[in-house]
Design a protein around this ligand. Structure first.
Ligand SMILES: [Fe+2]
Ligand SMILES: [Fe+2]
Length: 503
């Protein structure tokens, strides 16, 4: 028996509810021999996380009738939603990857759904998803960046050796995030380092195979990092990333689709940015500084203005990759381009929290607002208390880059805290084509908490909407992760607060 869990836009109802003769399509297996399986099953939220979810998977061979069967835990699967297929051809291998996206709309808020992703000839792959609550309600989200793919490989002088910066920890963190059971997970760029790998398509496949054990149950919402920039893939190198993910539409030109976007969950507005547009550092396969011609900045300012004036939004959280703050030596450093382009907007519209990666360790800033009038635009802390932070006074930046790579940077902290800021790049090297960064060293009065002891971990954020007329808060815990069973050890804990909105 099929029961309709919710109305789904464009859906086709298979079998009337209560009809004993309704053929359960899930079990029909048309005789397509050799059909590829449903690989890399994962989820994204739409712009309204309480009503919209996209279910995605991929194949390298063409498939027939990719679709998602949707229903409720009590009623089973009853609706069929066709998937659209988008493709990219990996420029190195020539392999064409086909990504199937089924867009589920008109869902009920704060509701658990079950689904099966299937195409003809393939066994169905099952998942569940919970939609976000509407309005002010408690929920949890999590975050890390710089994951790579899990591999045992071998260790040479204490470092895991492979060609895409993978390590066993890239699997450990996935188990830990899944155990934390967030509503959604933010991936702060440098997903799998496919642009370094000999086999880029396999590297993406490994990344999704590792993470589908969580990403099929809760959306993993990404930001593109410098290692998503793959030579020859797409107009500016992000073709693979743009194809694997179907994120909310930001109105960008088709060539720039999916590189920046926003969505709402409860009273939190999440904004995902691609910092290669404004960063000076030459960190990808090609130098794409300024690629949007200011389009991303214009969108960001409009988005921030709308979010901050929205009476239903309390929290503005930015997910991005390259950093405004970092106190390690011999890694990447902070980037003046982000301080010039984004930080004044974060200040003007009162962004509460920024989660990023790029540096492969954990640290956080004091709340910052304003910049010193110097060469590096040093951020100015507005408070130095580290246990409770009022983000209506300043933005807290968290570097959460211990997602699993073989090159952690937690052993590279300056003592006392200082920051290398990339203020520009030199001419391209005639042999490599790479532009060397120009560094200026600054003091770091904004540095609040640093973790030199653990290479890998994730942060969990528990939103408490508070009461009318009072404050709302986010309880933040950074956990170190050290085994394949998701064992998480709290390392840093603090509370973000701000006045709750008018409603
Ligand atoms: Fe990285
Ligand atoms: Fe990076």
């Amino acid at each position: 028996m099929f029961t309709v869990g919710a109305g789904v836009g464009g859906a086709v109802l298979l079998g009337a509810p209560g009809s004993a003769s309704a053929a359960p399509e899930l079990w029909s297996r048309p005789g397509t021999v050799g059909a590829p399986g449903v690989a890399g099953l994962h989820l994204q939220f739409g712009a309204d996380a309480s009503r919209e979810v996209v279910v995605s998977w991929h194949t390298t061979a063409p498939v027939s009738r990719p679709r998602v069967l949707l229903g409720s835990p009590a009623g089973g699967l009853g609706l069929t939603v066709p998937a659209d297929t988008t493709t990219y051809r990996d420029a190195r291998s020539g392999t064409e990857v086909r990504v199937h996206h089924a867009r589920l709309g008109s869902l009920r808020p704060d509701t658990e759904y079950v689904y099966a992703a299937v195409h003809d000839g393939a066994p169905p792959e099952l998942g569940t998803v919970r939609t976000a609550p509407r309005g002010r309600a408690p929920f949890r989200f999590t975050s890390f960046g710089d994951q790579g793919t899990p591999t045992l490989g071998k260790q040479v002088n204490g470092t895991w050796v492979n060609d895409n910066l993978g390590s066993p920890a890239a699997g450990d963190v996935t188990a830990a995030v899944e155990a934390a059971a967030p509503l959604f997970h933010l991936v702060n760029g440098d997903l799998c380092y496919a642009n370094l790998a000999t086999d880029r398509v396999r590297t993406w496949s490994d990344w999704f195979n590792n993470n589908t054990r969580s990403a099929r149950y809760r959306p993993w919402m990404p930001a593109a990092g410098n290692h998503e920039n793959e030579l020859g893939n797409g107009p500016i190198g992000y073709g693979a990333y743009q194809t694997y993910f179907s994120v909310p539409d930001s109105g960008a030109d088709p060539e720039l689709r999916g590189l920046w976007y926003a969505f709402t969950a409860g009273s939190v507005r999440v904004i995902s940015l691609n910092n290669d547009d404004v960063a000076y550092q030459d960190g990808g396969n090609s130098y794409v500084h300024g690629y949007s011609g200011g389009a991303q900045r214009r969108w960001l300012e409009a988005e921030l203005a709308a979010s901050r004036s929205n009476p239903d939004i309390d929290w503005i959280v930015v997910c991005m990759h390259q950093v405004v703050v970092s106190t390690v030596d011999k890694a990447n450093g902070a980037d003046l381009g982000i301080r010039e382009n984004w930080v004044p907007l974060f200040d003007r519209y009162g962004v509460d929290l920024v989660v990023c990666g790029h540096e492969h360790h954990y640290e956080r800033s004091h709340p910052i607002r304003g910049q010193q009038p110097n060469d590096t635009r040093t951020p100015m802390p507005v408070d130095t208390r580290t246990d409770v932070v009022d983000t209506s006074r300043g933005t807290v930046h968290m570097v959460i880059g211990g997602g699993g790579t073989s090159v952690p940077s937690n052993h590279l902290f300056f003592s006392p805290a200082r920051c290398r800021v990339i203020t520009g790049v030199g001419a391209p090297d005639p042999n490599t084509g790479k532009r060397a960064p120009i560094y200026v060293l600054e003091d770091a009065p904004w540095s609040a908490v640093r973790d030199p002891d653990h290479s890998y971990g994730f942060a969990a954020f528990d939103v408490d909407p508070g009461k009318p007329g009072g404050t709302t808060s986010i309880s933040v815990t950074y956990y170190a992760v050290s085994d394949p069973y998701g064992t998480a050890t709290p390392v840093d804990h603090f509370t973000l607060t701000r006045p709750r909105g008018a409603r």
